[in-house]
Design a protein around this ligand. Structure first.
Ligand code: CU
Length: 176
């Protein structure tokens, strides 16, 4: 199954089915973002955007997905829109949202997530999370992996996430 992802950022949540889709990674070729000509030693991180406590949970079993949790907030200025996440050593990272209704938990892919100073976006168990497919064996517990967050305006924020063992539970389901 191939999911066709619209490039239109509507800040809506799109229900694109569960995690089993074999969709290719969204086009991440926009790495040549404009305005990157400043001090080469300075990080090119977007101003006023903070990523707090990024943590990668490794797959419970090899080949199953891992998951990334964090909180992202805008410290000032206009609210931001998170549009894509890239994790070094991971084949594909998708933003998902878990919901439980009537005892049934479903997980949908989301295309963008709004965040602001007053309303940070919290990616945590039971809600928003970033699902990590094709996790390389180079990611090991106790180490760090570089994570890059791309906003809808092209700004990026790069940081390092702690890598931890899976929390147990059913393979690939423990993040729900
Ligand atoms: Cu998921």
């Amino acid at each position: 199954m191939r999911l066709v992802l619209s490039a239109t950022v509507t800040a809506s949540l799109f229900a694109l089915g569960a995690c089993s889709g074999g969709a290719p990674a969204p086009d991440a070729s926009a790495s040549a973002a404009a305005g990157a000509a400043a001090d080469p030693l300075a990080p090119e991180n977007a101003p006023n955007v903070s990523v707090i406590e990024p943590v990668i949970k490794l797959p419970a079993t090899p080949g199953s997905p891992g998951v990334l949790y964090f909180t992202i907030e805008q410290d000032g200025g206009k609210p931001g829109t998170l549009a894509a996440v890239y994790v070094d050593g991971v084949g594909r990272a998708e933003m998902h949202e878990s919901k439980t209704e009537g005892g049934v938990t479903t997980m949908n892919q989301v295309q963008s997530v709004l965040f602001s100073k007053d309303t940070p976006a919290q990616f945590k168990p039971g809600g928003l999370h970033v699902m990590l497919f094709d996790v390389s064996a180079t990611l090991k517990a106790g180490k760090e992996a570089e994570v890059t967050f791309t906003l809808s305006n092209g700004d990026k924020v790069s940081t390092f996430a702690a890598v931890e063992e899976a929390g147990g539970g059913m393979a690939g389901m423990d993040h729900m």
